[in-house]
Design a protein around this ligand. Sequence first.
Ligand code: PMP
Length: 435
Amino acid sequence: MTHVFHRHLRSTPPVADSAAGMRIRDADGRSYLDASGGAAVSALGHAHPDVLAAMHAQIDRLSYAHTGFFTTEVAEQLAHELMRSAPAGMSHAYFVSGGSEAVEAALKMARQYFVEIGQPQRTHFIARRQSYHGNTLGALAVGGNAWRRAPFAPLLVPATHVAPCYPYREQRADEAPAQYALRLAAELEAAILAQGADRVIAFVAETVGGATAGVLTPVADYFRAVRAVCDKYGVLLILDEVMCGMGRTGTLHASEQEGVVPDLLTIAKGLGGGYQPVGAVLAQGKIVDAMSQGSGFFQHGHTYLGHPVACAAALAVQKVIQRDELLPKVRADGEAFGAMLQQALGDHPRVGDIRGRGFFWGVELVADRGSKRPFPAALKLHAAIKKDAMARGLLCYPMGGTVNGVDGDHVLLAPPFIASRDDLQEITRLLSASI
Ligand code: PMP
């Protein structure tokens, strides 16, 4: 009997025992090809020697120092590296231990910013349906799945939700992408005005949607239109790139492809590539300056902030990505991966849409392609695919979600950046067999 509190209480998963490169091995000796990097975490695959060496060196030198007393050389180096490549105007990185913590810190940073500049009446967040921002209470409140929030209502953070950018389901047939972008921006504006033009703290969105929607790539101009609405009302733009960031879509930050600069940017998963739990909020100088010149103190913090070994792992991961020129590789091989998926699954009667960028792809499953009718949620198709794929030795990331009240099944693919074209072919072959 297990004493680990597993999330699914009526079944115990296989025991992961060891891993190297693209593969994880379980205690029964079965080998799995990692097509999802866990949940879009692994960038360099498993047991990368440079990352292990950097972590060992850091553990030997200094394994822990509380940020209430010290900074560390490695945290300073990582922040320096992140600022070197950050969107314009960013000045600081606030380190945390994961994605939910990053979102939670960003929400509080945004709120405190307005308190510091004398606008404490701004208390409301606007986010999007069909989004995922984490499971802590603040992140859950801005998350877009009503069924995830429902058991914990009333939530502590006031938030309303507008439509995501979801062309496959929500762009009208007679609507050009630019018109669709403007329609969504108008909905955001209406939501801001419904709260009161000076009551909203921030609009929170994943730059490329992930965990609940099988990858949602925005149409061109969407984020520019959204940024313009935010600017009109002094509302901050918080982009959550916990899943889609740090190279996953072929550029370091996904927002680079949208031509917008966020006020706060959350990163995690790929930052440490799974070697350590680590995340960060990258913050615009104006926000840090307001706090610095105001109370001089961010009213937030955790015991493991800026953990030296986590920072060493993240720094090593980011150095390897640069040294081995993995971002151009992700762009080129990502395009090839998309073509492989299209060729194998594009005509499949149960595949409605295949979309993605870089090494971040989603396959949306439908019961009927013409009407785009999803499979009934009760069927739990995504769970069946996950199980079947694992039996074939493939780790992919299927999930079921709710699209404006319509349930749907998606498979998310997010292989480590080191995946070869042969690996991508094998992933495509195994997934097609499962579907
Ligand atoms: N934001 C996004 C966009 C995510 O995809 C996730 C995790 N799937 C989170 C936040 C939460 O991250 P974590 O699970 O590390 O707390």
